[in-house]
Design a protein around this ligand. Structure first.
Ligand code: ATP
Ligand code: MG
Length: 211
């Protein structure tokens, strides 16, 4: 080789955290759009363990949420699923998620993907001030939520308009409970998984934290 040494490009990895109870097409479109516009090599979906903001809610067993996430992402070669949050005991904090993923992929540049509603809570996250140095944050729009970001360092968060999908997991759970269809709101395999395991039946589905 004659040229100067060129440092190999660092892999660009998106991180999509969520309860995924169940995963739906809003999550998948958001991840896909961010991957395309930020040139990401991979998006890692990270189902939460015990979500900090949902301590008062009944959340489906982590293993069901994990498997639905695997089913929903299986057909996309750039999408993967991580168990770091569901295997860590205790509440899930984003700072721990990012720390664990960094330890697994020390060479990677991380992009944390989040919806407008979750960004609003960012400043209340554990160790919020250290998050900015661990990943770049990408906030996507979400119907019914305004992107209002104050008090965050310049450049730490960028916003991206994605095709608006008025889908929420809360609505999917309500539909499943009421015997209404969830076809086309969630991937086909997830529709079948919900039916096979009788998820969301006979539970009174409370409202989501952001309603
Ligand atoms: P729930 O209704 O139970 O709160 P949810 O639909 O909000 O579920 P989460 O698992 O809480 O789904 O969301 C994970 C991440 O995906 C969050 O950052 C959230 O803002 C984002 N997100 C969820 N739904 C959409 C959507 N339709 N469009 C864009 N982003 C979304
Ligand atoms: Mg939510």
């Amino acid at each position: 080789a004659t040229g100067r040494d060129v440092a190999p490009a660092r892999p660009r990895i998106g991180v999509m955290g969520g309860t995924f109870d169940p995963i739906h097409h809003g999550h998948l479109v958001a991840a896909s759009e961010v991957a395309a516009s930020y040139g990401l090599d991979e998006v890692v979906f990270v189902p939460t363990g015990r979500p900090t903001f949902k301590q008062d809610k009944t959340v489906t067993a982590a293993e069901h949420r994990y498997l639905m996430t695997v089913i929903a992402t299986a057909s996309n070669p750039r999408f993967t699923v991580s168990r770091v949050d569901i295997d860590r005991p205790g509440l899930t904090y984003t700072v721990d998620t990012l720390r664990d993923l960094r330890a697994e992929r020390p060479d990677a540049e991380l992009f944390f993907i989040t919806g407008a509603d979750a960004v609003a809570q960012i400043l209340s996250w554990k160790d919020a001030h250290t998050l900015w140095s661990m990943a770049h944050f990408v906030a996507v729009n979400r119907p019914g939520h305004n992107l209002t970001i104050d008090g965050i360092p310049e450049g730490a968060v960028t916003t991206l308009e994605v095709p608006a999908m008025a889908i929420s997991s809360t609505d999917c759970r309500r539909r499943a409970e009421a015997g209404q269809p969830v076809w086309y709101l969630v991937p086909d395999g997830v529709v079948q998984y919900i039916a096979k395991h009788g998820l969301y039946r006979g539970q009174s589905v409370g409202s989501s934290e952001d309603e």
